[in-house]
Design a protein around this ligand. Structure first.
Ligand code: AMP
Ligand code: MN
Ligand code: MN
Ligand code: MN
Length: 288
C-alpha cells in the first residue's frame, strides 16, 4: 500500500527523458521510477511536452500516480532560471506554443557552440552532440557534454561543466529564453502549478535570490524545489526556511537524466522536512 501521509509519499516531480536531455525513453523513465518505489511521478522535460502522453500511458499501465510536467527555461536578470510546471494540460495550445518558441534557436546556438569548440581544437562537436540527441528540436549543452566525455576531453559530465560550456569557457553561447512572467502565465493558464527549480544552483547573491523568489511568487508561483538532486543537505534546510518565509510550498525531485550520469536516482532523495508543506499536499493525483 502506498503511504498516504503526504510527507512520506515518495514523490519525484522532476526528471528527464530522451524527449529533452535524458538518456532513457519516457516509458523507461516511468518503469524505473516505479521499480525504485516512486509513488507520484512527473516527467519534466526541458521546453517540451511531447513525451507526456507516452509517460502518462506507461504510468497508467503500472498503476503509478502521474502528473504531466515540464521544465521551462527562463532568462531573469541575465541568468538562466528553470521553472517546473506540474499538473499542466500537456495539450494546452498556449503552453505548447510557448515552449515551442522557447526552444526555438537551439539549433543555431548549437552550431555556434561547435564553432567555439572547433576554435580550441575540438573537432566534430556538432555532429558528435547530435548522436546523443533524441529530439532534433532539443539539442542542449548536455548532448555536447556527452560528446566531450566520449571523445576523452573530459572525465565526466561534471568535469565538462567546469571547463567548457559555461560562461567564460569555450562553447558557451548565451541564449535568451522565456521571461519569468511568460513561463508562469503559460503554466497557470494550462491549469498547472509553478515550482522554482533548484534555487540553490543559480549564481545569484542573497539579495537577487530574494528578488527572484518575490517576483516568482507575485507572478503566481506556488512552490520552491527544496529537496532536489542539485542541493546539499544544508540547502534542504535553507530552502525549507525560505519556502516558509515566503509562504510557498515545497517540492521534491531528483532531476534524474539517466543511469550513470545523475548522482541521484529516481525516488531516492530524502523526504521533505516536516516544516514545509508539500506542493502535492492537496492534489487529487496524490491521493488516488
Ligand atoms: P541548456 O538548456 O542547453 O543550456 O542545457 C542545460 C542542461 O545542462 C541542464 O538541464 C543540465 O542537464 C545540464 N547542466 C548544466 N549545468 C550542469 C552541471 N554543472 N552538471 C551537470 N549538468 C549540467
Ligand atoms: Mn537537463
Ligand atoms: Mn534545471
Ligand atoms: Mn531538470
Amino acid at each position: 500500500m502506498p503511504s498516504q501521509d503526504p510527507w512520506r509519499l515518495n514523490a519525484d516531480l522532476h526528471c528527464h527523458s530522451t524527449v529533452s536531455d535524458g538518456t532513457l525513453e519516457p516509458e523507461a523513465v516511468v518503469a524505473r521510477a516505479h521499480a525504485n518505489g516512486v509513488e507520484l511521478l512527473s516527467l519534466t522535460d526541458h521546453d517540451e511536452l511531447s513525451g507526456q502522453a507516452r509517460a502518462q500511458a506507461a504510468a497508467a499501465a503500472l498503476g503509478l500516480r502521474y502528473v504531466p510536467g515540464v521544465e521551462i527555461s527562463v532568462t531573469w536578470a541575465g541568468e538562466t532560471i528553470h521553472v517546473v510546471g506540474l499538473g499542466v494540460d500537456p495539450t494546452d495550445v498556449e503552453l505548447v506554443a510557448g515552449v515551442a518558441r522557447t526552444r526555438d534557436g537551439r539549433e543555431e546556438r548549437a552550431r555556434e557552440m561547435a564553432e567555439q569548440l572547433h576554435a580550441v581544437g575540438i573537432e566534430g562537436a556538432y555532429e558528435g552532440a547530435l548522436r546523443y540527441v533524441g529530439n532534433p528540436e532539443l539539442i542542449s549543452r548536455t548532448h555536447f557534454a556527452r560528446y566531450l566525455v566520449e571523445s576523452g576531453r573530459c572525465t565526466d559530465v561534471g568535469d565538462v561543466f567546469s571547463r567548457y560550456l559555461i560562461e567564460g569557457k569555450p562553447g558557451f553561447v548565451p541564449h535568451r529564453w522565456a521571461r519569468l512572467s511568460q513561463a508562469l502565465g503559460w503554466i497557470t493558464a494550462a491549469g498547472g502549478t509553478a515550482v522554482l527549480a533548484h534555487p540553490g544552483r543559480y549564481r545569484l547573491n542573497d539579495t537577487a535570490l530574494w528578488a527572484l523568489v518575490q517576483e516568482f511568487r507575485e507572478a503566481g508561483g506556488t512552490a520552491l524545489e527544496v529537496v532536489c538532486g542539485s542541493h546539499t543537505r544544508d540547502q534542504y534546510g535553507r530552502f525549507a526556511a525560505m519556502s516558509r518565509e515566503f509562504g510557498l510550498r515545497a517540492s521534491r525531485g531528483s532531476d534524474f537524466h539517466g543511469p550513470g550520469e545523475s548522482h541521484v536516482e529516481l525516488g531516492r532523495l530524502p523526504p521533505l522536512p516536516d516544516s514545509v508543506v508539500p506542493v502535492w499536499y492537496d492534489w487529487d493525483a496524490a491521493r488516488q
